[in-house]
Design a protein around this ligand. Sequence first.
Ligand code: HEM
Length: 435
Amino acid sequence: MSTVRSDPEVTKARELGLQRMLTVWIVTGLIFMLLPGTFLGVWNLIAISGARTAAQIDPAWIQAHGHAQIFGWIGTFILGIGFYSLTKMGRIPEFAVGRAWMSWALWTAGVALRWATNLWQWHWRLCLPASAVLELGGFLLFFATVSGHRREESDAAREAKARPVWMLVVIAGSIGFFVCLAANLVVAIQSAAAGASPAIPHALDQRLLVLFTWAFPVVTIWGFSARWLPVFLGLPDPNERTLLAALAIDIGGVAVAMLGWFVAATAAFLAAAGLSGAAVRVFQRSIKPAKTAGVHATFPLFVRLAYGWLAISAAVSLSAALWDRDNGLWGASRHALTVGFMAGMVLSIGQRILPAFCGMRVLFSPKLMFWSLALLNLGCFLRVTSEIGAYESYVPALWPLLPVSAVIEMTAVTLFAVNLLVTFHQPPAHLAGAR
Ligand code: HEM
């Protein structure tokens, strides 16, 4: 069993080790987001717009994009931030940094292998399940590290500590993450044994996508929102009962979606989205000044817009369950959720916290932060409206707008990545001041 020593020098060295490790996780997430994720997404959308249908595009390529964004970007960020912030609560155990590196190696290899397998199909019957095993292995190391640390901490304290509700929600998100990776492994084995290509069949993929969004990133973002929004936006404390109600309804929605009952599931997501916004009080007036030092002053507005996209996405997914004919309503609801809500939260909260977490730095440019968020919201608006109009044939004149929306979104996420990468390249704030 490992030791937890409190020598200040040792603690400082571990803190620096954790900061370096987090920086590598974040840079890895940015790389997955830019090339395997966004560039391939833009490529697919230009092809779809040219053909005026998504039916001619290889579903393996579309799934490669979705997997790179959800797991390669959002998942990598969540694992890195999870390792950093959960092991930092209290003293940093000796094993945390080494485990985080091992987990990073497994995870990155798994996600990269999945992307390459979907694109090039080289020995795919072997590589597809292998990628899922590597991803699950990387996650299990994370889970064992952060939960083992909590156990050790309570042994030391010799008392059971009540966990705050935000942490319970983050734990629920981590369990959701595990369920996603386990389901991914089962489906990968099934496809390898009986499928004709690495692409997951459409009906099964629709269910998996519900799991990959509403069971894991959405829940984790709710948990971190309850932790950080009262501080950053100066909001009143979250309503814990309402947050737990949102979580319970969301889990119910995911469960019925797995049975294929999409109308009930999406109605549940709409209720859960409304309750989560009410629980974290994101649309209420701030009772203290928002903490915008070092970031753009519009930061609170963009967090509120992200929660607006969450509600829009749930409403569009309910209409998709009722009326979708050509995947336009489903696609629009998915991107309102992934680009509007998830990417909107990551771009706003990420640029607020990551400079400090990754070595006590100050964000390179609040202006770039503004433009990344403004363009993301504009691109998302154009994407959601034109995807519904064009794919569903309500307004075919909107087809040419889709590549425009894609380029605007790509510019937005590129500005975000540049802002963070330049920030990481700068010296820490205290050394910069001393120059
Ligand atoms: C530059 C921005 C993006 C573009 C141009 C883009 C493009 C696309 C396209 C063309 C599809 C095919 C289905 C459809 O037509 O709706 C798709 C699917 C998908 N996208 Fe995106 N996307 C972008 C950003 C994102 C982000 C940020 C995420 C997640 C965080 C994401 C997650 C997904 C998922 C999960 C799917 C479904 C994959 C599947 O069918 O298994 N996308 N995207």
